[in-house]
Design a binder for this molecule. Structure first.
Ligand code: ATP
Ligand code: MG
Length: 583
């Protein structure tokens, strides 16, 4: 895939430091000669995408998916899809299903060499529990009886060390017994907690005896009521990685301070015989921040709950299901992710990079069609009433292999629809479309000369008149005798397909809708959706839900996959032909 940016956007850095790390590991053989528990050889690069099934995936997740699956693909490795479902309250099967669909739709696959690498962290609860028991026995974990507030108070600050809990040195036997009681449901939520015994004076706050297991009397979507103790993310995640033989565990920068704890857990459990070396290693990259969108699950949910959008798959949502419904292709999303690379520094990526990727993907492949969005009647006075003449145009753009072979056909008749903006009674300077006395070509049809217009009693223009030149038809010899500047699209009024078209635009008009604690609801773009009835080329009657076209001069439009019915497509504007923002 090319990294060159069209549409006049400056190319963002497309470096990917993770490749450098992987290549160095391949050279030094860090993960060579490994085998799994069945003795099967393991690839040297094993990555994972670990979503928590508590919401819909968004464009930020796509970045992580493309990185993890992309690196595995490029280095003959494999990537696991792992549901990080260690938090019983917020997780749901609905989310598991949509995440599976979205990853597949993006074009990635967790099957490799006949094996399916789809995992649930909750299937590892037994190992996590046994690991915790083992840490307790070695004096590396203890059951604390302080409440959340006391723990917070004794944690210290960045400049002051923390204070030991009164329970820090309790005998291992006692902690072991209490931990079992926690598991057996003998204690209420929040009354006891298992903490790693590391260093209350560590300059890294994450190492000041972090909590690793807590009590939650809650039903889990996968394990039901089997457990009432659940591991904390920072304890569970390294174990999940090690059990799956992950080599490169890639996450976002917020987890950088957690890496020492990640390593601590793995080192201690490997000393105890739980895991073999080499152990997985965590690497952090800067999360994708796109202007004009928000990616907080909580805020996206608010947009849905308050009916500001029609649902998670509203075409203005930055969710994968929303982008898909909007007309985004997996190729475009992957292209955007490739072009923006992976970096160690947080920065903003302009939304136009995403739109540019969609245009670049669709331009060479989207079939062309004609749509009149803001219709005005054009009457060809010297065209015989009741007659229609067949016109044709290539379905595909010149770059497409089927450009010459496939043609679409549509009739020209005496009355047509043209765009309102293609006529001016009194032309402004440089205007070369229709005005009285001017000639233009009706694309794929004839050259016409404008003769005037009709107005209603309020002076509004309701129809334009012209006459056509019979020998000027596109594709015939005579056509070259006419030199005109304007080239207008049109549809036959009698044959046009009247269809609902939704003109979508950015949901927010502020490039940083929720930055600095701003109320993102104040930043909504009031013009993010306009619904019109447009007149479409009759061939579009056969458009199937999900089909994407370039409507000539207007942009890319997709037949809505939910609301289109047989013979009656509804179209969504995915993106205009040119970027009109920030100009
Ligand atoms: P939560 O607050 O619920 O944890 P999350 O966005 O981190 O939200 P996860 O399901 O934990 O959701 O994310 C799965 C993976 O996607 C994680 O590895 C996370 O780092 C990554 N990810 C999430 N948002 C982005 C982003 N904007 N850019 C890159 N990666 C992201
Ligand atoms: Mg997360």
């Amino acid at each position: 895939m090319s990294n060159e940016l069209k549409n006049g956007h400056p190319a963002p850095p497309s470096t990917n430091f993770l490749r450098g790390i992987i290549e160095a590991d391949l050279v030094s053989g860090t993960y060579a000669d490994r085998s799994d528990s069945q003795g099967q050889p393991l690839p040297q690069v094993v990555t994972r995408f670990p979503p928590e099934p508590n919401g819909y995936l968004h464009i930020g997740h796509a970045k992580s998916i493309c990185l993890n699956f992309g690196l595995a693909r490029d280095y003959a490795g494999r990537c696991h899809l792992r549901f990080d479902d260690t938090n019983p309250e917020k997780e749901d099967q609905e989310y598991v299903d949509t995440i599976i669909d979205s990853v597949k739709w993006l074009g990635f696959d967790w099957n490799k060499d006949g094996q399916t690498h789809l995992y649930y962290a909750s299937n590892y609860f037994d190992v996590m529990y046994a690991g915790a028991q083992s840490l307790i026995k070695s004096g590396l974990a203890y059951v604390d009886e302080q409440n959340a507030e006391q723990m917070r108070e004794s944690r210290g600050t960045l400049t002051e060390p923390g204070k030991d809990s009164p329970w820090r040195n309790r005998p291992a036997d006692e902690s072991l017994r209490l931990f079992e009681e926690m598991r057996d449901g003998k204690h209420a939520d929040g009354t006891l907690i298992l903490r790693a015994r590391i260093d209350m004076a560590s300059p890294n706050m994450n190492l000041r005896d972090p909590a690793i297991y807590r009590i939650r009397h809650a039903t889990h979507h996968n394990t039901g009521d089997k457990w009432c103790v659940y591991p904390m993310y920072s304890y569970a995640h390294p174990i999940e990685d090690a059990l799956e033989n992950i080599s490169h565990s890639i996450c976002t920068l917020e987890f950088e301070d957690q890496r020492p704890l990640y390593d601590w857990v793995l080192e201690r459990l490997s000393d105890a015989g739980f895991f073999k070396k080499p152990l997985p290693h965590q690497y952090e990259f800067a999360r994708l921040n796109l202007t004009y969108i928000i990616t907080s699950k909580r805020k996206l949910k608010q947009l849905v709950d308050e009916k500001i959008v029609s649902g998670w798959d509203d075409p203005r949502m930055p969710t994968i299901v929303g982008l898909r419904r909007r007309g985004y292709t997996p190729e475009a999303i992957r292209l955007m992710c490739d072009r923006t690379g992976a970096s160690k520094n947080n920065s903003w990526i302009d939304y136009s990079i995403l739109e540019g990727a969609l245009r670049d993907d669709l331009d060479p492949k989207a079939p062309r069609a004609v749509a009149v969005l803001r219709p005005l009647k054009l009457i060809i006075d010297n065209f015989p009433e009741g007659q229609s003449i067949d016109c044709s145009a290539p379905v595909y753009p010149p770059a497409h292999p089927q450009h010459d072979s496939e043609h679409r056909h549509f009739p020209i008749t005496r009355e047509l629809w043209i765009e309102r903006e293609d006529f001016m009674e009194v032309p402004t300077k440089g205007y070369f479309r229709l005005f009285p006395g001017n000639k233009v070509r009706l694309r794929y049809g004839y050259v016409v000369e404008c003769t005037g217009c009709d107005k209603d009693e309020n002076g509004n223009i309701i129809a334009v008149h012209c006459s056509y030149f019979e020998d000027s038809k596109s594709g015939t010899e005579g056509s070259s005798n006419y030199k005109v500047k304007g080239n207008l699209h049109w549809v036959s009024a009698e044959h046009a397909l009247a269809a609902e078209v939704r003109l979508y635009d950015r949901l927010f008009s502020d490039p940083h809708p929720d930055a600095g604690g701003k109320d993102f609801l104040q930043a909504l773009n009031p013009n993010s959706k306009e619904v019109i009835t447009a007149y479409l080329e009759p061939t579009l009657k056969s458009a199937k839900p999900g089909d994407i076209y370039q409507f000539e001069r207007h942009g890319y439009f997709v037949a809505d996959r939910i609301d289109s019915t047989d013979g009656k497509p509804v179209f969504n504007r995915a993106v205009t032909l040119k970027d009109s923002w920030g100009k």
